[in-house]
Ligand binder design. Structure first.
Ligand code: BGC
Length: 459
């Protein structure tokens, strides 16, 4: 059941990626039927991150009030409606409205889906299961790039948009068969329903009493504590807020969406003039992103979050610097090095900076502020996504690719320091144990991997 739940919740990730990527491939065809000024075109493109920002801001309250499952069901309905409106639209403003609706759905789901998976998952595979969400994002991006390769021709943009309604509907139907999060049920005082939900998730006959007790104890201890956004600023909770928002700031300012949205443009700057080469290299970016995320899922619960993060930041710093150097020294560095470095950059991102902020944000906030905490982290995700996607073309035109990539590299290098100084090791701990550490008042970063249980002498 837990695998079924993770797969259904991950459809939200697929739609996140699909709606990010589809505009890149639909845009040239769309322009033939609905020519847009750069300003209108820019606003239409940015309507998704903008809607997502609003959705993520509201999601904390919605998910805490109505429950994880119902919040996701409303997102699923919005995904389907938004895709259909975009497909049949007859004027540009309708498309803008449809993309805002899609953004709202993405924002709500981006907060709720990882939370729902983390709250339902057994401890040993929690990291891997939450990363299925990131895998689904990368699969959505790849699927949209491929749909651009497969269906081309006048008016086919309608089919590309309509395709998004299919996973939207599947998502809605799948959710009907899923149980509510046991942790949310405990929080609302429905202990019997929480037990039933755990039984369904862990399988018939599996012992659930210990887990249920632990959740109930934590919920009980939290009674009377401040809830809502202001509680996030309490001295004991603030370190989690800094880690959650900081990791998404770094994820976005690593430059990932400059690459995801503008890959063909970057290849052109690096001297590849053929459109065919640009498109194929872009599909290559999507493929490396997807495949490396699978490797990340395997490593996350084994290597631990902190070493993987450091590895990712070192990799993205080095490859960004290499590309910057190659672009200003074309006589010394052959052009294929740029393609190779960009693929290595994507691999470094996907093994670490891609999945880990989503995983960690679902683990670090105490139960009573988990909704608002994850909302704030997602606001950081979408806010900085919006900033980078808007600023990148302007930066390219003013200071050029090399300077822009050097700035990204400097920020990635800052990510190494941030990880070492702020990010705790959550691998191997239950959500309740992470919470207990946070509230103990000891530095959050002092949480390190638990020692494997040692056998006492004489046994
Ligand atoms: C980020 C997205 C990005 C994607 C790329 C996600 O974790 O939040 O902004 O486009 O990774 O795979």
């Amino acid at each position: 059941m837990i695998y079924f739940l993770a797969s259904i919740a991950a459809i939200a990730g697929f739609l996140f990626g699909f709606d990010e990527g589809v505009i890149a491939v639909a845009r040239p065809l769309l322009d033939k039927d609905f020519p847009m000024t750069p300003l209108v075109g820019g606003f239409m493109t940015a309507a998704v991150p903008l809607g997502a920002l609003i959705g993520a801001s509201a999601a904390g309250r919605i998910t805490d009030h109505f429950g994880r499952r119902r919040a996701l069901m409303s997102a699923a309905a919005l995904f389907t409606i938004g895709a259909l409106i975009a497909a049949v639209m007859t004027a540009t403003w309708i498309l803008v409205a449809a993309r805002l609706v899609l953004g709202l759905a993405i924002g709500t789901a981006a907060v709720t889906a990882p939370l729902y998976i983390a709250e339902a998952a057994p401890l040993a595979i929690r990291g891997a299961l939450v990363s299925t969400y990131q895998l689904a994002i990368t699969f959505g991006i790849l699927a949209s790039y491929l749909s651009g390769l497969a269906i081309s021709g006048d008016g086919t943009w309608r089919a590309m948009f309509a395709l998004g309604a299919v996973p939207g509907l599947l998502f809605l139907v799948g959710l009907i068969f899923l149980p509510e999060s046991p942790r949310w049920l405990v929080l609302k005082g429905f202990l019997d329903r929480a037990r039933a939900s755990l039984h369904r998730l862990r399988g018939v006959g599996a012992p659930v009493d210990k887990e249920l007790n632990e959740i109930a104890l934590t919920a009980e201890a939290e009674k009377g504590e401040k809830v809502g956004y202001s509680a996030l600023l309490e001295p004991t909770i603030r370190p989690a807020l800094i880690v959650g928002m900081g990791l998404f700031f770094l994820q976005q300012l690593s430059g990932i969406n400059a690459v995801i949205y503008y890959a063909p443009e970057i290849f052109r700057h690096a001297g590849f003039d053929s459109e065919k080469t640009q498109t194929l290299a872009t599909v290559g970016v999507g493929t490396v992103n997807f495949l490396t995320t699978i490797l990340a899922m395997y490593l996350i619960d084994k290597m631990g979050r902190r070493p993987l993060l450091v590895l990712g930041f070192v990799g993205t710093t080095a490859t960004m610097l290499l590309i910057a150097f190659a672009v200003v020294n074309p006589a010394i560095v052959p052009a294929w090095v740029v393609i190779l470095a960009l693929m290595l950059y994507i691999a470094s991102f996907a093994i670490s900076l891609g999945p880990l902020p989503h995983v960690i944000m679902s683990e670090i906030f105490p139960l009573h502020v988990r909704g608002p905490g994850m909302s704030m982290a997602s606001i950081s995700n979408w806010g900085f996504n919006f900033v980078v996607v808007f600023a990148f073309p302007l930066m390219l035109a003013s200071v050029g690719l090399a300077v822009t990539f050097t700035i990204f590299a400097v920020i990635c290098a800052g990510g190494i320091m941030f990880t070492l100084r702020r990010v705790p090791e959550t691998t191997g701990y239950s959500l309740e144990a992470i919470e207990a550490h946070l509230k103990s008042g000891r530095p959050f970063v002092a949480l390190r991997r638990p020692m494997p249980a040692t056998v006492p002498p004489g046994h």
